[in-house]
Design a protein around this ligand. Structure first.
Ligand code: ADP
Ligand code: MG
Length: 387
């Protein structure tokens, strides 16, 4: 668990004296809208109450000194020679690359950056699918903006951080993770139109908790399977004569999809129905209709499992355990699939009971040790007022 005290103590131990600022940027979970982003569709994530925190102090020069409490390591770089470094042949990325890449992307955008020294601490589990990477990028951007008096435009900053991850770290992620880590609000999820990048905040249902359930299985197959799914979606779009699967409505799908092979029909049926469900889920949220929201989450899982075929036994077992608890409105896998996390919408006063129940059931069924996070929607990247 994150401790402000420890972070401040660490800063003082490493850099001496006291920090000037503390910034935070949250991890995220996607409630619905899976494998829709690269089809120009809709996603509905929320920022969670786990974040990357940086305690920092400005420097007079163009140096950045960072200590990561997770990696127990000091690293530094100069803001003057970033361009040159990016042209070098890249080796495997390290944690400092997320920070350096964000600096590089901000400079590319025309911002004049100042140096700082800071300690990084986080309670977003790394590599669990809760997007610790986007949280680190947004916290870094918030740090540079704070030190350099750069106006904070959340969606523009999300875009810059995505460039950092795509072009400096060389991970080809979409915009969702950065957008929600930048634009999240307390008690709200965020509908993102991945084509226009328009966003809309929608209230999470009152009296519910979002429970993230890590299956303790990791996505071994994910890269090749992900690429294959993308290709199949592109082929289906071409055969349907549309730019992206976003361009066909759920109503039109049955008659138009007859030109597709069985497998392409199933792949595109997932994407087209998932876009429909995501928009319906947003409407359900507006109406505080928890029952319908849960139902769309359940249907999303079935579609990912049967039509898109990106679930695995562990995810299916976790979802079934969750649904076996009476406080569960709905549950689904979340993220790219083949392992990682599932997410459930649960009656708030039963959240603890639900977590114990699901942990035990899942353990008994799979012999795996799950981790469950009871979470609430929080604000996106921000300066934190200590005291
Ligand atoms: P995730 O699903 O958590 O985003 P990624 O592989 O995309 O997984 O990003 C994880 C990487 O982000 C780590 O390997 C590390 O380089 C960086 N990172 C995340 N959190 C921290 C942290 N607290 N301190 C330093 N680096 C971090
Ligand atoms: Mg990531």
């Amino acid at each position: 668990m994150f401790s402000m005290n420890l972070l401040q103590k660490k800063f003082s131990e490493i850099f001496g004296g006291k920090e000037e600022w503390i910034v935070r940027a949250p991890g995220r979970v996607n409630l619905i809208g899976e494998h829709t982003d690269y089809n120009g569709g809709f996603v509905l994530p929320m920022a969670i109450d786990r974040a990357v925190w940086i305690a920092l102090r400005s420097r007079k020069d163009k140096q950045v000194f960072v200590y990561s409490m997770e990696y127990k390591e000091n690293r530094s770089f100069s803001l003057d020679i970033l361009e040159k470094q990016n042209q070098e042949e890249k080796k495997k990325s390290e944690w400092i690359d997320y920070i350096q890449g964000t600096a590089w992307a901000l400079q590319k955008e025309g911002y004049n950056l100042s140096g700082w020294e800071g300690a990084v601490c986080s309670d977003v589990p790394i590599g669990a699918g809760l997007s610790s990477s986007a949280a680190l990028e947004l916290a870094t951007a918030r740090a540079f903006a704070t030190i350099g008096n750069i106006p904070w435009n959340p969606s523009q900053m999300a875009y810059i951080c995505q460039k950092a991850e795509n072009l400096w770290v060389h991970v080809s992620c979409g915009i969702m993770d950065q957008m929600i880590s930048a634009c999240g609000e307390k008690d709200h999820a965020l509908l993102i139109d991945c084509r226009s990048l328009e966003t809309k905040l929608c209230p999470t249902p009152k009296g519910t908790s979002i429970i993230i359930m890590d299956t303790a299985t990791r996505r071994g197959l994910v890269e090749s399977a992900y690429n294959l799914r993308r290709e199949q979606c592109e082929t289906a779009s071409r055969l349907l004569g549309i730019q992206q699967l976003r361009d066909i409505s759920w109503e039109d799908f049955p008659k138009k999809s007859t030109v597709l092979s069985d497998i392409l029909q199933r792949r595109s049926r997932h994407v087209v129905s998932e876009n429909f469900r995501t928009l319906q889920a947003q409407l359900a949220m507006e109406k505080q209709d928890t029952i319908s929201l849960g139902k769309y989450m359940n249907e999303s899982h079935e579609s990912l499992k049967n039509d898109f075929e990106v679930s695995n036994d562990a995810l299916n077992a976790m979802v079934e355990c969750a649904r076996n608890h009476p406080a569960c409105f709905g549950a689904r896998m979340t993220g790219a699939g083949f392992g990682g996390c599932a997410v459930a919408l649960v009656r708030q006063e039963m959240a603890q009971d639900f977590s114990t129940f699901v942990s035990e059931q899942y353990k008994a069924r799979t012999t795996l040790n799950p981790t469950l996070y009871i979470s609430q929607a929080t604000k996106g990247a921000e300066i934190w007022n200590v005291e």
